[in-house]
Design a protein around this ligand. Structure first.
Ligand code: SF4
Ligand code: SF4
Length: 276
């Protein structure tokens, strides 16, 4: 069972929900927010293994190249430029599609590997924890996310996604059994929640909503969920205790009230999954 936790925008508490649910339910944890993977701050796993993530890029043999520029024409990502003296590759624009190698008439193009980041694998008590870390300045998160997901085993696993609805999020939620959408009761929160809802509906993924920083008097998201027939998994109260624990790098479940709340949410997710 794979459960993706996502949010329409950053700063809504997606990682708070992911890490606390993982710990309280004893589910494995995978941080696919590879540009800013901060779940390990709270779960504090022992990192047991690190592996590099490489992507293939073309290597051009100038001795063989006849400067026909067929490779430049076929590249859909403008990663190759033709000059009078040869071909220039802009590595970070390359999407590793391999088309240039296929069209080269003199086999002047071969592949070489380029490192774009790494994967850390560790253990926090009974929980296996993995995170992808994209190198600074690297534009392509998807290869790391795909490799991370290929390492997930049969145990129930929480996938902490990037904020927004970019291709990184699409890649992270592809094939999951259930999605948890985290939002906050503000106009921005509602706007971005609607985008996240459209995405999971488009991908036909069953989902529920958690309202973070919930206040009694503000029922903006509750009303929206009711109107749209969306399952409300739970609310996390807007409480100073949460801010204090968070600022100390601690899980909210260290507080008994929050722990019970996350246990209840976890049971609901398991219940929903059994019904599907
Ligand atoms: S592998 Fe694909 S994206 Fe990369 S340079 Fe060749 S054609 Fe362009
Ligand atoms: S297709 Fe091959 S021969 Fe033609 S310019 Fe590119 S590398 Fe050179």
């Amino acid at each position: 069972m794979k459960i993706a936790v996502l949010s329409g925008k950053g700063g809504t508490g997606k990682t708070t929900v992911s890490t606390n649910l993982a710990k309280v339910m004893n589910w494995d944890y995978v941080d696919c927010d590879v540009e800013e993977p901060n779940g390990f701050i709270f779960l504090k796993p022992n990192v047991l293994k690190t592996k590099k993530v490489n992507v293939p890029i073309p290597k051009i043999d100038d001795e063989k190249c006849i400067n026909c520029k067929k490779c430049v024409e076929i590249c859909q990502f403008n990663a190759l430029a033709g000059t009078n003296t040869g071909i220039i590759l802009f590595e970070k624009l390359c999407h590793s599609c391999g088309a240039c190698e296929l069209v080269c008439p003199v086999d002047a193009i071969t592949e070489e590997e380029r490192s774009i980041g790494k994967i850390d694998i560790g253990q926090s008590e009974d929980i296996k924890c993995m995170r992808g870390v994209l190198d600074v300045g690297e534009p392509m998160a998807v290869p790391i996310i795909k490799e991370l997901k290929s390492l997930i085993d049969e145990k129930p696993t929480i996938i902490d996604c990037s904020p927004g609805s970019s291709c990184s999020v699409v890649s992270a939620i592809e094939g999951v059994d259930y999605a948890v959408l985290v939002t906050e009761p503000t106009a921005f929160g509602l706007h971005d929640l609607k985008i996240a809802v459209s995405l999971v509906k488009e991908m036909k993924i069953p989902f529920g909503v958690i309202i973070n920083r919930a206040e009694e008097e503000n029922d903006l998201i509750t009303r929206y969920c009711k109107e749209e027939g969306i399952y409300l998994l739970g609310k996390i109260a807007f409480d100073r205790k949460a801010a204090v624990l968070y600022s100390q790098g601690k899980l909210l479940i260290e507080d008994e009230v929050f722990r019970k709340g996350f246990e209840e949410i976890g049971r609901k997710i398991e219940g929903v999954k059994r019904c599907n």
